[in-house]
Design a protein around this ligand. Structure first.
Ligand code: ATP
Length: 211
């Protein structure tokens, strides 16, 4: 009986704001494995120049390499069709043995739009959703989610909040910092910082550079 955490994201790039709460979740939820799932780039054109699937996957692998229990799945980046969380969970569920549990980690900023996720009801049947706290508390109207899942399920999700410290780093910060010619060494794993520099990633970005 294994407990398997899943953390999806664009990871453009992966940073300590992902890894610190993920490690807390790993310990707090007694996980046996934590799978990072970099997503294929969204269909709509991102505002910045994104790193390729290959680079984002490579950085996730470098980040996971030194953390016991952490691994990386290329399920989504290697899929030609648009990737939806439900498809990924269904595919991962096929490799499980009876009694195994899937726990889907989602950043708190996803709560307001959870009801729009494809087949969210089935997602909650396949996996338990756990929330990683984020610094930006976004006001959410849970009425649409309650209509789909029922009030008890929504309350259960909201209570599954991992007591991890807030790490106010975003991938956007990392990209704008690199584009400004500044160091991100303490904000991403050392191996990832080296990779960004060697591959000359994020030197040009369309994101606004904040002071
Ligand atoms: P961007 O700045 O490009 O929007 P991001 O840093 O928010 O990216 P994603 O790759 O989109 O990173 O995030 C993957 C998952 O990790 C999402 O569920 C997101 O909410 C969560 N997450 C990202 N950064 C943090 C953070 N600092 N603390 C907690 N959760 C985070």
């Amino acid at each position: 009986m294994k407990r398997i955490g899943i953390l999806g994201g664009t990871f453009d790039p992966i940073h300590l704001g992902h890894l610190v709460p993920a490690q807390y979740a790993f310990n707090y939820l007694h996980l046996d494995r934590l799978i990072l799932v970099p997503s294929a780039m969204p269909v709509h054109r991102p505002r910045h120049v994104p790193a390729s699937n290959k680079h984002r996957l490579a950085m996730c692998r470098l980040a996971a390499a030194n953390i016991p229990g952490f691994e990386v799945s290329d399920l989504e980046v290697s899929r030609v069709e648009p990737s939806y969380t439900i498809y990924t969970l269904q595919q991962l569920a096929q490799g499980l043995t009876p009694g195994d549990r899937l726990i889907l980690l989602v950043g708190e900023d996803n709560l307001p739009t959870l009801h729009t996720w494809k087949d969210i009801r089935t997602i909650t049947e396949i996996a338990t959703i756990a929330i990683m706290p984020r610094e930006k508390q976004v006001a959410a109207d849970f009425a649409p989610l309650r209509t789909i899942l029922g009030p008890a399920k929504v309350d259960e999700i909201l209570q599954n909040r991992i007591p991890a410290p807030l790490v106010p780093i975003s991938a956007t910060d990392i990209r704008t910092t690199v584009a400004a010619g500044k160091s991100v060494r303490g904000l991403v794993p050392t191996t990832v910082a080296r990779y960004i520099s060697e591959q000359q990633l994020y030197r040009h970005t369309l994101d606004p550079i904040e002071a």
